[in-house]
Design a protein around this ligand. Structure first.
Ligand SMILES: [Zn+2]
Length: 250
């Protein structure tokens, strides 16, 4: 994990050095305590695991669509120079998609139940890529680490060895957990701009979330637990479209 050498003093120094990170577009200040190298390593390892567990769909029109959108978006995002992007379609009927640090993006075949056009699929992929570019995983891990560190400092009884073990454990667990509400809103806003820059009309986001809302009672619990209700989202998305349209290149 590369975290073995962390001791409290250097941890605080890192805290001071990196706490000035800001999210793209929104400029929101972020606390990021893990290096891009560390979060990328976690993302790549998790993606590898998922590829071993779920069947990958390749060379179908849907798989090519996922790749086409991904490549178009990878060209317009800034700050992803070190990424080895991958855009994979997984055979899984849950309508969901995910993105991991380092540029690993997965789309489930079930997502095509709600993403009925390429531009609608681009809405979801833009959102997921926005989570990556805004370092939301690293931010979540950092918050957990800071919480644990705070507890340890308060207790004043934890040895540095124990703390290192604890911090490493938190970082390992953090990569696959859900994002919080402000991260979801931020990913919506940034994602609309990415889709617009990549040549996809952001108005399609409204259709996509309307389709999700129409899933109603059949909406899978997994999606509910990781994302806000589509009904609540549509109104916010509509308000964000004018900003994204300024970047739209048909
Ligand atoms: Zn999300």
């Amino acid at each position: 994990m590369g975290m073995k050498r962390l001791v409290p003093a250097s941890f605080l120094l890192i805290f001071l050095l990196v706490s000035c990170t800001t999210a793209p577009v929104t400029g929101r200040r972020q606390l990021i305590l893990v290096s891009e190298e560390q979060s990328t390593a976690l993302g790549v390892a998790s993606y590898q695991q998922i590829k071993e567990q779920l069947p990958v769909v390749a060379n179908t029109p849907e798989a090519r669509m996922v790749e086409r959108i991904g490549i178009a978006m990878a060209k317009v995002v800034e700050g992803a120079e070190g990424f080895a992007w991958e855009f994979t379609l997984f055979k899984d009927e849950t309508p969901n998609a995910f993105a991991l640090p380092g540029g690993k993006v997965g789309v489930n075949t079930g997502l095509f139940q709600v993403a009925k056009t390429e531009v609608q699929l681009a809405t979801v992929m833009g959102h997921e890529i926005a989570h990556v570019m805004a370092q939301h995983s690293a931010e979540r891990m950092s918050r957990d680490m800071a919480t644990q560190l705070g507890l340890a400092v308060l207790g004043a009884s934890t040895g540095s060895q124990e703390m290192v073990a604890m911090v490493s454990g938190v970082a390992t667990l953090g990569v696959a957990l859900p994002f919080n509400r402000s991260q979801e809103s931020e990913a919506d806003r940034i994602g609309l701009i990415y889709m617009a820059k990549a040549g996809y009309d952001p108005h399609a986001a409204v259709d996509l979330w309307t389709n999700f809302a129409a899933l109603g009672g059949e909406r899978p619990p997994k999606f509910l637990s990781t994302h806000p209700l589509p009904e609540d989202r549509i109104e916010r998305i509509q308000a964000l479209i004018p900003e994204a349209m300024a970047y739209y290149q048909p």
